[in-house]
Design a protein around this ligand. Structure first.
Ligand code: 13P
Length: 256
């Protein structure tokens, strides 16, 4: 059976000192719970990765980046390559987040190139898909998510795809306090799993973790994670508070 994953996406928040404190608190709290088949991932900003890796080394959580370059290496000022991150032992990488699509012009084609970099350097990419409110209101949400997957991800071979994690993050739910209902999340997750099955077969579809993201917090995580096709969450705001984040982890651990 596939693993459950709770990943914290810190986005562009916290000072170095705040980040260190938060990670130490998370590590302390995780020590007290048995994670069983749940993985915990923390994705801080780039400059904090090494410090996060140091704390993770004494703890049970893994570390991911929030982005990586579509280019391999060379004269790309300001970029951070997959090779650099791999050489630091970063395991995961969030790709295709709607904020990168919106503010940094990332298209499905760019995301595909980043996914390719991530796979070549043996990362576990957490690839985000999700529709805008206007697209849901127009009844296009399934088509939007299908296109994002087909263009951004389904070029991978079956073998390559087997390390991928998908996060369904409806854009209207991100940072708004309005989460998708458990039924809405389940409906889309089941659809995504069915698309994976048509492309890669049932075994791969059954093993692919599909996370929910968008105003997921300690109060609603258990009922969202209880859905059969929801395998955990990609958490924004609520991942910046140790107690709240670890409660969300517990909700995943307790999922039947
Ligand atoms: P919030 O949990 O703050 O809504 O953010 C979700 C998200 O974008 C995680 O990647």
């Amino acid at each position: 059976m596939r693993n459950k994953i709770v990943a914290g996406n810190w986005k562009m928040n916290l000072t170095f000192q705040e980040a260190e404190e938060l990670l130490s608190e998370i590590a302390d709290k995780l020590e007290k719970i048995e994670l069983r088949d749940t993985e915990v991932v923390v994705c801080p900003p780039f400059p904090y990765l090494e410090m996060a890796l140091d704390i993770a080394g004494e703890s049970v959580f893994s570390v991911g980046s929030q982005n990586l370059s579509e280019y391999e290496k060379g004269a790309y000022t300001g970029e951070v390559s997959a090779q650099m991150l791999a050489s630091m032992d970063v395991d995961y990488c969030i790709l295709g987040h709607s904020e990168r699509r919106k503010y940094f012009g990332e298209t499905d084609e760019i995301i595909a190139r980043k996914v390719d970099q991530a796979i070549r350097h043996e990362f576990i990419p957490i690839v985000c898909v999700g529709e805008l409110l206007s697209e849901r209101e127009a009844g296009k949400h399934f088509d939007v998510v299908r296109e994002q997957l087909e263009k951004g991800l389904f070029f991978l071979s079956e073998d390559e795809f087997s390390s991928v994690v998908i996060a369904y993050e409806p854009v209207w739910a991100i940072g708004t306090g309005v989460n998708a209902t458990p039924a809405q999340a389940q409906e889309m997750h089941a659809y995504i799993r069915q698309l994976i099955e048509s492309r890669y077969g049932k075994d791969v579809a059954d093993e692919t973790p599909i996370l929910y993201g968008g105003s997921c917090n300690a109060s609603n995580a258990a009922e969202i994670f209880a859905q059969p096709d929801v395998d955990g969450g990609l958490i924004g705001g609520a991942s910046l508070k140790a107690e709240e984040f670890v409660k969300i982890v517990e909700a995943a651990v307790n999922k039947k």
